[in-house]
Design a protein around this ligand. Structure first.
Ligand SMILES: Nc1nc2c(ncn2[C@@H]2O[C@H](COP(=O)(O)OP(=O)(O)O)[C@@H](O)[C@H]2O)c(=O)[nH]1
Ligand SMILES: [Mg+2]
Length: 196
């Protein structure tokens, strides 16, 4: 797979605007500021395909990037403390509707900040994925921000904090050092090959 060939495909804020489901989709999910845009840019070998910002966006949209025979779906970040109620509702309508659709969601990549215990929203998302038997992996982001000892402790803690952790494929990732990029690319390549 040529990872440098990704192009922005479309952006939609309403389920009625979802593009045709004509290929496998890899959906990226996580709370605001977890490092989702940075990860997508790193994965796709681009500096700013997905917008990196410390200010959470005000519009709730799903952004699709097209890469060879797959879509990369950038789901809106959740869990921002100041999120207004109606924004929260449009978030759950959009994400919930997308995940529950009959689209070919080949994999959900659930991002969690390695420095912190998973939030209630993270755990709700993981429960949803398990309950609905959706294929997913967890990516622990910002690995470069932890010293080795703290990192070991946090990884051990996740095993207690995340249900069925031993059965979930997880990747330790850093957009700064590039750690985990090859591993994540291999997983996506393997699944897209199976989908052919
Ligand atoms: N040190 C470090 N900072 C990161 C990493 N990934 C993202 N960040 C920073 O975290 C903040 C949020 O990143 P962003 O990609 O916009 O998060 P998003 O809201 O999930 O899309 C930005 O200041 C990024 O520079 C990482 O792997 N290491
Ligand atoms: Mg972002």
């Amino acid at each position: 797979m040529n990872w440098n060939n990704a192009k922005f495909f479309t952006s939609f804020g309403k389920l009625s605007q979802m593009p045709e489901a004509d290929r496998p989709e890899f959906a990226f999910s996580g709370r605001s500021n977890v490092g989702k845009s940075s990860l997508i840019n790193k994965l796709l070998g681009r500096k700013a395909l997905a917008r990196v910002s410390s200010v959470p966006g005000k519009t709730v949209t799903i952004n699709f990037y097209e890469l060879e025979n797959i879509y990369i779906a950038d789901l809106p970040g959740y869990g921002y403390a100041k999120t207004a109620k109606d924004l929260k509702r449009s978030w759950s309508d959009l994400i919930g509707g997308y995940l529950a659709s009959d689209r070919d969601i080949a994999l959900v990549v659930q991002l969690i900040d390695m420095r912190h215990a998973p939030s209630a929203d993270d755990l709700q998302m993981i429960d949803y994925l398990i309950e609905n038997e959706m294929p997913f992996v967890i990516v622990f982001t910002k690995a470069d921000k932890l010293k080795p000892n703290a990192r070991r402790e946090r990884m051990a803690a996740f095993a207690d904090e995340i249900p069925s952790f031993e059965d979930i494929t997880h990747i330790e990732f850093s957009a700064v050092t590039g750690e985990g990029v090859d591993e994540l690319r291999s997983i996506i390549e393997e699944i897209s090959a199976e989908e052919e």
